[in-house]
Structure formats: structure tokens, C-alpha cells
Design a binder for this molecule. Sequence first.
Ligand SMILES: [Zn+2]
Length: 145
Amino acid sequence: MQNDNADADDTEQQIAPSDSLGQAVSRGLRLCCPLCGRGELFAALFRMHERCSHCGYRFERSPGYFLGSTYINYGVTTLTATWSWILLRFVMGIDRQILIPALATFCLIFPVVFFRYARSLWLSFDTFFDRQGAMEHREHDKDFN
Ligand SMILES: [Zn+2]
């Protein structure tokens, strides 16, 4: 009986926003719940769970919530393409007639591949930088379940 209480306390202590930015990034890149680090974010390739299966944290708060993830996706795509251009063109000397179609293709495909990670990072950063809001949101959701 006492072990059950210890497990419950242990589980409750783990349900908290990340302690460090590194942990927030790690939870974001592992596509798991930013609050407990256990539940999976995605039910299918592009479809998210409404809530965490482990702690019940709601992932999408309002329509348009994940609009900010497009900034992450766009930023990572453009930075990667720009640095690839500089490295491949000026350091390795690859011809621009090869580079332009290759990087254009990259710029079309990469954002689709990175979509899940951009959303997950956006949610993880929001939960990390607005810790109080995330916990209040979770408490508010508990009352209406
Ligand atoms: Zn969770």
C-alpha cells in the first residue's frame, strides 16, 4: 500500500515543465509530451493526439495555436539551406547549376519532414517559457474533465 502512494507521488512530481532548455529541446525532438515527457504527441503521421495519454495535458489550446511552429520550420529550413549553399558552393566548389535545383528540392521536402518536430518544439518551448501558464492550463483542464 505504501509503495502505491510512493509511486503516485513519484509520478506527480515528474509531471512538470522541463527544468532546462536542453530538456525542453530533448522532449521536443523526441515528439513526446512537454509536461511529463512520456505521452506521445502524434497519433498518425500528421495527426496529433488531443491530450497526453499519460498526464492528460491538452496539446492544442485554441485554433491557430500551432501557427508559431511555422516560424520554427521556416527558420530551420532557411538556415540549413543557406549554410548548405555556403559550404557546398564556396568551400567544396560545387557548381551552382547542380546546387540550385538540389537546394530548391530540399526547401520543398524538408519542411514536410520537419513538420512534426516544429510543432513538438513549439509546444515544448511554450510549455518551458510559460511554466505557470502550462500548469494553470493543466489545473483548469482537470476541473472540466
Ligand atoms: Zn504528458
